[in-house]
Design a protein around this ligand. Structure first.
Ligand code: URA
Length: 212
């Protein structure tokens, strides 16, 4: 597993506003999109391209285009949806899949309740969107799911990560495949309820409000 903590003053600034408990949902959603676009820039540094010949108004030249098969972006429902717009702004031609994984709040184990993904992900670069890498259970389950469909190249974009979650991903995935985590910050630790400290609270609730 490779970890990339994006170190940029604009990222730190936007993240600080996201963390602030007084930031309302509309601002939180907007800033999440902006932050993800900045993280996506780092996350796609190794995106595959191929050479193409084009004509400018002046001359023929060689450039690059995204290679086939197209990359796939996989937001983890529900909070990952809040990251989709920010990611596809940078990668408008990517395919979009969905994975519904939920955490059992007592056991903290992740289970799949929905998916929409191509049967084969062989040769595809996969970008998983999950705002909070907390215990790591959800992300490990998502990555395993993608592996089962043939993925070998997975990048997870997370707003925040906890050391406990990073350890679980490292221990579970090891060097079986090329897995990269791109995040704006590695926070201190988890609390007894599995929330990241200092974190930003429940990302889904902050994006979409509390569902009773
Ligand atoms: N999920 C969240 O939304 N927030 C946390 O702090 C941990 C998991």
């Amino acid at each position: 597993m490779r970890l990339h903590v994006a170190d940029h003053p604009l990222i730190a600034h936007k993240l600080t506003v996201l963390r602030d408990v007084t930031t309302p949902s509309p601002v939180f959603r907007q800033l999440t999109e902006e932050l993800v676009t900045l993280l996506a820039y780092e996350a796609t540094r190794e995106i595959r391209t191929e050479q193409v010949e084009i004509d400018t108004p002046i001359a023929r030249t060689t450039g690059v285009a995204l290679a086939e098969p197209r990359p796939i972006v996989v937001p983890i429902l529900r909070a990952g949806l809040g990251m989709l717009e920010g990611m596809t702004r940078l990668l408008p031609t990517a395919e979009v899949g969905f994975l519904g994984l939920q955490r059992n709040e007592e056991t903290l184990q992740a289970f799949t309740y929905a998916n929409r993904l191509p049967d084969s992900l062989s040769g595809r670069q996969c970008y998983v969107l999950d705002p909070m890498l907390a215990t790591g259970g959800t992300l490990v389950a998502a990555i395993e799911y993608l592996f089962e469909r043939g993925a070998q190249d997975v990048t997870a974009v997370c707003l925040l990560a906890a050391p406990e979650g990073l350890r679980l991903v490292q221990d579970s995935i090891g060097d079986r495949a090329d897995v990269q985590i791109v995040t704006a910050s590695v926070d201190e630790r988890l609390n007894e309820k599995g929330y990241i400290i200092p974190g930003l609270g429940d990302a889904g609730d902050r994006l979409y409000g509390v569902v009773d």
